[in-house]
Design a protein around this ligand. Structure first.
Ligand code: PMP
Length: 449
């Protein structure tokens, strides 16, 4: 890698990255000409692949008309059309769409709309938003308050109102059968217990990722869980918020992941794959009755300057068109099943793979030191970081996280764009095999040691 010049940019750490030159389809090239297979679609964002010519053309056409129209001055055709399309893709009754520029903003908007609905309906005592541990709902303070991931939340605890958390349904850790509806009931009932403990009249909402993302590593809910959660929320007048920031947009094989279980939330958040990285875009979609009540009560006291940006909306619309016309959700289902089976196949060669999970092309595997006991690798090994770096060296990009609290584990998301082919699956498995071999060698004690 060419030694990078000093930079004025900063993100989380001082770590530098190769300079990106260009990206096409599932591949990206740095300025040295090294090619990478984007095996995580960035951060599960670039769902339709890079530089799609039809999306670029739609954006160019919009740019020639206008790139910005302030929402309090103008309506734009791009935003209107995307709102109509988004409502059509959402569960019945969820007719109202509020645009934002990213996932954290979508989650903040959902929480604030829920709160205003409680105020509008004479339930001012409802303010608690129950969420799960682990979970990730965003970086801003409101979204962090419902995030279950202490390395990111702890420094800011003093500045936030603590929100109640229940454990995520990680059946594979508790030795429970995820296909047994009793398992779903077991975990969902933790929500009911928590609502009762908090006082149902104080609980505003429950927020959940239908298929888990970065925090749980593609956690698929056990049988019966999603439906029972819905029932419990209804029983206590608690709003159900689905965070589909990562799982929405088609990656699981359905536009919204909750469709797999036929359940509808009251409010949902979507971003990432919604404009698939072509522009910063997200949306909160809400049930009519919620939005009407809030608007009748004086309006939604919330909004972002870039909301409904016509260029972002034109990109979002073109992305959805591409998913539909090219059958990309069907491909995500087919290639996802193939990739999942091939990842599971790696378990024969690599005893350190403890679990393979996910739905469609939202897939992950977890590394352990003992598969039967799901004992995590020692923290000092930093497997979550090391394997990603090794794979990077082999030209394969994957995404990882180490969960904390309750159970620690290194998991790796393998989520190529939905345009991936059988050959790309071969290439991903080849890259992972090389990388895991190298990691195993590094983990093995030196001879004589
Ligand atoms: N919710 C979920 C489920 C996410 O995966 C993310 C991003 N990883 C967010 C919210 C926050 O989105 P953003 O980074 O776009 O603010």
């Amino acid at each position: 890698m060419t030694a990078p010049p000093p930079s004025h940019l900063f993100y989380q750490t001082r770590r530098r990255r190769p300079m990106l030159d260009q990206a096409r389809g599932v591949y990206m090239w740095d300025v040295d000409g090294k090619r990478y297979l984007d095996g995580s679609s960035g951060a599960m964002v670039c769902n339709i692949g890079h530089s799609n010519p039809r999306v670029l053309e739609a954006m160019r056409r919009q740019m020639e008309k206008s790139t910005f129209g302030y929402r309090l001055h103008f309506e734009t055709e791009a935003a209107e059309r995307l709102a109509e399309k988004t409502a059509a893709l959402s569960p019945p009754g969820m007719e109202k769409v509020f645009f934002v520029s990213g996932g954290s903003e979508a989650v903040e908007s959902a929480i604030k709309l829920a709160r205003q609905y409680a105020l509008a309906t004479g339930e001012a005592q409802r303010w608690k938003v129950i969420s799960r541990y682990p979970s990730y709902h965003g970086s801003t303070l409101g979204a962090l308050a419902v995030t279950g991931y202490t390395p990111m939340t702890a420094p800011f605890d003093a500045m936030m109102r603590p929100m109640p958390k229940i454990p995520a349904p990680r059946a594979y850790l508790d030795g429970l059968d995820a296909s047994d509806p009793e398992t779903g009931r077991h975990y969902a009932d933790k929500l009911e217990a928590r609502i009762l403990e908090e006082g149902p009249e104080t609980v505003l909402a429950f927020i959940v990722e239908p298929v888990g993302g970065a925090s749980t590593g593609a956690l698929v809910p056990p049988a019966g869980y999603m439906a029972r959660i819905r029932e419990i929320c209804d029983r206590y007048g608690v709003l159900l918020i689905h965070d589909e920031v990562m799982s929405g947009g088609g990656r699981t094989g359905r536009f919204f992941a909750a469709e797999h279980w036929n359940v509808a939330p009251d409010i949902l958040a979507v971003s990432k794959g919604f404009a698939a990285g072509y522009a910063p875009l997200g949306a909160m979609v809400a049930h009519d009755r919620i939005v009407e009540a809030v608007l009748d009560d004086g309006g939604f006291i919330h909004g972002y300057t870039y909301a409904g940006n016509p260029l972002a909306c034109a990109a979002g619309l073109a992305v959805i068109e591409e998913i539909e016309t090219q059958g990309l959700m069907e491909n995500a289902t087919r290639i996802g099943a193939l990739l999942k089976a091939r990842l599971a196949g790696l378990m024969n060669r690599f005893p350190i793979i403890g679990d393979v999970r996910g739905e469609g092309l939202l897939l992950a595997f977890e590394l352990v030191s003992d598969r039967a006991a799901m004992t995590p690798l020692p923290r000092e090994v930093k497997a979550f970081d090391r394997l990603v770096e090794i794979a990077y060296g082999h030209g394969l990009i994957i995404y990882s996280r180490r969960t904390r609290g309750g159970h620690e584990g290194d998991h790796f998301l393998v989520c190529p764009p939905m345009i991936a082919t059988d050959e790309h699956v071969d290439e991903i498995i080849e890259g992972l095999t090389l990388s895991l071999d190298q990691l195993m060698q590094e983990l093995a004690p030196a001879p004589g040691a």
